[in-house]
Structure formats: structure tokens, C-alpha cells
Design a binder for this molecule. Structure first.
Ligand SMILES: *Cc1c(COP(=O)(O)O)cnc(C)c1O
Length: 359
């Protein structure tokens, strides 16, 4: 190991309080977290410590001006109990792409990986064994300078927390295409996993809920014509015998699930097109009866089936989700690759290396 990461173990594990069959998403965290400080141009104070609060100045730059980025990934167990990551290097690369856009320091890939292996190795008992369940991993980095005035912070904190999540059986989602508010414009920060994007989405998301829908389908910021993504997922349309997804254009988050599913579909011989998708094309396909299935993709849900899409005064009701055979196939493919039921022929699964004994 290249880095000197100190480990302080908890004396008060909460592991025995967890029921892996009933885990609420985002509310349960494991015993330890990784923390690091960026000071004088380098990452220092590298440590694994008991999960807990950190202290922040009321004039912390991240709180006021938003230099804050994150990632979301999962560790799962194979049937034989081996804990594994899924394409972790892509998350490291995307974190650094977000960092560059937000004028924040990169976390060297080898540091990211070493911290990840050490932390998740220590917390491996927190990875639920059931297929579809996982240990959700949330790396986050934010500015730590304490002063007012819009400027680039000199100091930062990088933290990785983890928490178990149950199998996600999302009910089919009802989408409403948003024709007044936008998520991101090309040239903005839509490609970065940065805090403000999610704050900006809350108002239109609430409006969707008030109208009886689950999530917003975002359209482009210039013409409100081209589909971008939905909520915090990328989107795919199965139209006739093609699978179409919006090309990433600078305003769309480059999902790792999106990339992964495109690679699986191409392997299986599906005709996948990454290009502009206008909402009119979707409506026309619906009217012609060729819109077979629509699904959102992201680390949390893997695949979420869409049951309805509303655009202006057209409400499109998709065929029953039981008939959405492609999205079911893709979800099983990912979950079974992770559990080891089907071969990892792309080398996406990376076993956790540093299994540290607890206690
Ligand atoms: C994280 C995220 C996604 C999905 O990305 P994955 O890497 O597949 O988890 C899609 N859209 C937005 C806005 C996101 O934040």
C-alpha cells in the first residue's frame, strides 16, 4: 500500500441492530468512514474513523457557494460471500471530472481505490448477502476554507461513507416532461455530480409530485424539445426494434449504469442508438404503437420501469411493465453478474482486496 491510512475502530458497532431484510434507503450507515483533508496542495490526515459528525465553520465556502461533489456506487457479495465492487475506477474518474469542472482538487485514483478497499474491507460484514441488496458507497468532497467571498477554496475534505440498502423494487414510475424549468444547459454543470444540480431540481420535482407524477423528464434548456434524463437517472426508449438514448451533450450526467447497459445490449445484438431524441419522436412512436418500453437507469435502482409519460396534454400509457422484457433482462444481467450467477466476461467485478478483521 502506497498511502498511510490510519485506522481507528469503533468500540460500539451498530451492526447487530441491522435487519438486512428491512433497510430504509439512505438512513442507515456503517460503523466507519474514510476522511482526508486537502491542505497545502496535498491530501493528508488520511484516516478511517468511527462514523460521526464533523465540525464546520458557519462561513464554510461549500455551504455558501457550493463547491461540493459526490459519487454513488455499490459493493455487493457474490454467492460465495466474496465482497466486490462494480467498475470502481469509472467512479474515481467521474469524481475527478466533476472536481475539474468545479475547480476542486482531484483525488488520485490510487488513493481513491486504496481508501475504498480498506474501508469496505473493514465494513464487509455490512454488505447484505441478498441478490439486489448492496452496501451503498457515497464519496463526497467539499470546500473547507472559512471566509466569505466567491473564490476557489484552498482546503477541502474528502469523505467516504457507506450504508446498506435493500433490494430496490421500484414501482413503475410516472414521468412528466417539464416545459418551464430546466435541469442543465450545455456549458453549465449538468455533467458534474455537484450539489447544486440536485437543489435546483427540487422545485420542479415537487411540482411533478403535486400533479400526480413521480419524477421529472428533463428537456433541453434551449428549445424544450430534446429529452435529457429523468430525475437522477439516464433514460432509454425501446422504439420498434431499436433502443434509443439521448447522447451525452454536456448537459447530461454520464451515468455508469447507462454506459454499462449500452455495452451489454451491444454484446447481445440490440441496435442501440445514442443521439438526440426529441419528445415529438417519442409521442409519434407512442401514437404509432411502436413505443414498447421506457426505463431509467442509475446505480440506486439499476433499472426503473416507466409506466406513464405526460407531455403537455398528451398522457402516454406504456404497455404493462411485465411486458418490458429488455429492462428485466438488463436488471437481471447486472444483479446476476454481481452475484456470480453469470460470467463477468467484461471484467467489471473487482473483489475487495483489504479484508480487515473487525475487533
Ligand atoms: C448519478 C446520476 C445518474 C446515474 O448515474 P450512475 O452512474 O448510473 O449511477 C444519472 N443522472 C443524474 C443526474 C445523476 O446524478
Amino acid at each position: 500500500m502506497k498511502y498511510n491510512i490510519s485506522i481507528t475502530k469503533t468500540t460500539n458497532s451498530k451492526l447487530d441492530q441491522i435487519d438486512f431484510n428491512a433497510i430504509p434507503f439512505g438512513k442507515t450507515f456503517s460503523d466507519h468512514m474514510f476522511v482526508a483533508d486537502y491542505i497545502d496542495g496535498e491530501w493528508t490526515n488520511l484516516a478511517i474513523v468511527p462514523f460521526g459528525d464533523i465540525s464546520i465553520s458557519p462561513v464554510n465556502l461549500a455551504i455558501h457557494y457550493g463547491q461540493s461533489i459526490f459519487e454513488g456506487m455499490k459493493a455487493t457479495k457474490k454467492m460465495d460471500g466474496t465482497p466486490c465492487f462494480f467498475r470502481p475506477l469509472l467512479h474515481s474518474e467521474r469524481l475527478n471530472a466533476s472536481a475539474r469542472r468545479m475547480m476542486m482538487p482531484e483525488v488520485p485514483a490510487d488513493l481513491f481505490m486504496e481508501a475504498l478497499h480498506l474501508l469496505v474491507g473493514l465494513e464487509s460484514a455490512w454488505i447484505p448477502p441478498q441478490e439486489g441488496s448492496a452496501l451503498y458507497i457515497r464519496p463526497v468532497m467539499f470546500a473547507m476554507d472559512d471566509m466569505l467571498g466567491v473564490k476557489v477554496s484552498k482546503t477541502y475534505k474528502f469523505i467516504i461513507v457507506t450504508g446498506p440498502v435493500g433490494p430496490y423494487y421500484p414501482k413503475p414510475v410516472k414521468l412528466i416532461a417539464e416545459t418551464e424549468f430546466v435541469r442543465a444547459a450545455a456549458g453549465g454543470v449538468g455533467e458534474a455530480k455537484t450539489a447544486g444540480n440536485y437543489a435546483a431540481s427540487l422545485y420542479p420535482a415537487q411540482k411533478a409530485i403535486d400533479n400526480g407524477y413521480d419524477q421529472v423528464m428533463w428537456l433541453d434548456a434551449k428549445e424544450f424539445k430534446y429529452v435529457q434524463e429523468v430525475g437522477t437517472m439516464n433514460i432509454f426508449f425501446r422504439i420498434g426494434d431499436k433502443v434509443i438514448t439521448p447522447a451525452t451533450d454536456g448537459a447530461i450526467l454520464k451515468g455508469i449504469t447507462r454506459k454499462t447497459l449500452i455495452e451489454i445490449m451491444k454484446e447481445k445484438g440490440y441496435q442501440v442508438e445514442e443521439r438526440l431524441v426529441s419528445i415529438d419522436e417519442v409521442v409519434d412512436a407512442y401514437k404509432a404503437g411502436t413505443l414498447k418500453e421506457v426505463f431509467g437507469t442509475g446505480t440506486a435502482a439499476v433499472v426503473a420501469n416507466v409506466s406513464h409519460i405526460k407531455y403537455k396534454d398528451v398522457v402516454m400509457e406504456l404497455p404493462p411493465v411485465e411486458t418490458h422484457e429488455l429492462s428485466h433482462l438488463l436488471k437481471n444481467e447486472i444483479n446476476q453478474m454481481r452475484s456470480g450467477k453469470i460470467a463477468d466476461r467484461f471484467n467489471w467485478i473487482e473483489p475487495v482486496k483489504s479484508l480487515v478483521k473487525v475487533g
